[in-house]
Write a protein that binds this ligand. Structure first.
Ligand code: NAD
Length: 349
């Protein structure tokens, strides 16, 4: 029997990359059934304050899984982020972002023979993302930051469990507790308490600015890092840069009842509608979703085809050697992956 999930195509490049990923799933006979739900900027504009219709909310809550494309939020003014709202509405408290070196995606580190394989766990609900801001005067803006003990504990516990599941040995906590003694101080205190329950895992802490410096100079020092919301958001985009850019950064928003799988990147308005977006980040997110749902064979087959395709030098316009091979559009890149289903990358997958 097919598992039903909710799919929201998203805004900007969302429909283009979602279509490519679902075609790859279909070519590998993935036994999922999709309910396409009405969610995104246009639904907000039409008067749905959460950016989704009641039917969309009902479907997502019924199936417990949302596979989504990116959704637009204007900067500095206007609507509340639909993405942030969705994470809050369903308490998807842990945002897991896996970054790894991919053969065929050249970076400073891959060229130096330094492989990267690290996971960022970002607290997903609290912190400055509560949107509690106001103007004290026209020249003074004030924002509140909320960090709670239960909110910190649930994401830190998730991070330790994830480290065990992946067979990693280490977990670092990134923070700024030297300056924000109460908020980051609480997050760090909870980390140190929970760490006592995981003596098999080497737990350490690091101030976030030092962390950024070490990530760009010696990323191989780290296996997994847990951070508060805003710091985790910034550090994970930095990590995307380490492995080739936003086109290679997948993300899972994990909650106890509902989980959301999406790419880290946004709607890419500068290239939307041109059929040139890189679908890899959404595909990697989809592969993570297949594993989460227990479709391990599909996940492995599609991942091998992707790795093989990248190794062959196929690329969209945002990466790869453009002098050696011309850039492929989104559809042609997906077709190349489909043609390579059943093939194994050089490292055996
Ligand atoms: P962005 O990630 O959309 O784009 C940043 C740069 O990366 C652009 O040059 C873009 O062309 C490029 N890029 C991103 N994804 C790409 C892909 N798959 N292939 C090739 N190039 C890609 O960030 P932005 O411009 O700051 O944000 C645009 C919109 O997306 C905003 O409304 C923002 O709020 C929203 N956003 C949504 C999500 C989400 O839905 N989870 C995440 C981040 C941003």
């Amino acid at each position: 029997m097919k598992t039903k999930i909710a799919v929201a195509q998203g805004d900007g490049i969302g429909p283009e990359i979602m279509d490519a990923v679902l075609r790859i799933f279909k070519a590998n006979d993935v036994q999922l059934e999709y309910e396409f739900v009405e969610m995104g900027k246009s639904y907000f504009d039409a008067g749905h304050s959460t950016g989704m219709t009641a039917a969309a909310k009902e479907a997502i809550e019924k199936y417990g899984i949302l596979f989504k494309g990116p959704m637009e939020t204007p900067k500095g003014k206007g609507v509340k982020s639909i993405n942030v709202t969705a994470r809050k509405v369903w308490n998807t408290y842990a945002n897991q972002r896996d970054f790894r070196t991919l053969n065929g995606v050249d970076t400073v580190f891959s060229k130096a023979g330094i492989p990267i394989n690290l996971t960022i766990i970002r607290e997903n609900i609290e912190d400055t993302y509560g949107g509690i801001e106001h103007l004290l005067t026209y020249d003074v803006a004030v924002g509140r930051r909320i960090i709670t003990r239960p909110g910190s504990e649930q994401v830190i516990r998730y991070a330790f469990e994830m480290v065990r599941r992946k067979g990693y040995k280490k977990l670092a906590c990134g923070h700024k507790a030297n300056i924000m003694k109460l908020t980051d101080g609480l997050f760090l205190e909870v980390f140190q308490q929970v760490a006592k329950e995981y003596p098999d895992i080497e737990a350490s802490d690091i101030i976030v600015d030092d962390l950024c410096m070490k990530l760009v100079s010696k990323p191989q020092m780290f296996e997994a890092i847990v951070l508060t919301n805003l710091q985790g958001d910034i550090v994970s985009d930095l990590c995307a840069g380490l492995v080739g850019g936003l086109g290679f950064a997948p993300s899972a928003n994990i909650g106890d009842n509902i989980s959301i799988f999406e790419a880290v990147h946004g709607t890419a308005p500068d290239i939307a509608g041109r059929g040139i977006a890189n679908p890899t980040a959404l595909l990697l997110s989809g592969i993570g979703m297949l594993r989460f749902l227990g479709y391990s064979a599909n996940a492995a087959a599609i991942e091998n085809a992707l790795l093989y395709t990248l190794e062959q030098g196929a690329h969209t316009g945002d990466f790869g050697d453009k002098t050696a091979t011309p850039s492929l559009g989104t559809d042609a890149f997906a077709d190349a992956i489909i043609a390579n289903l059943g093939k194994l990358p050089a490292d055996g997958g």
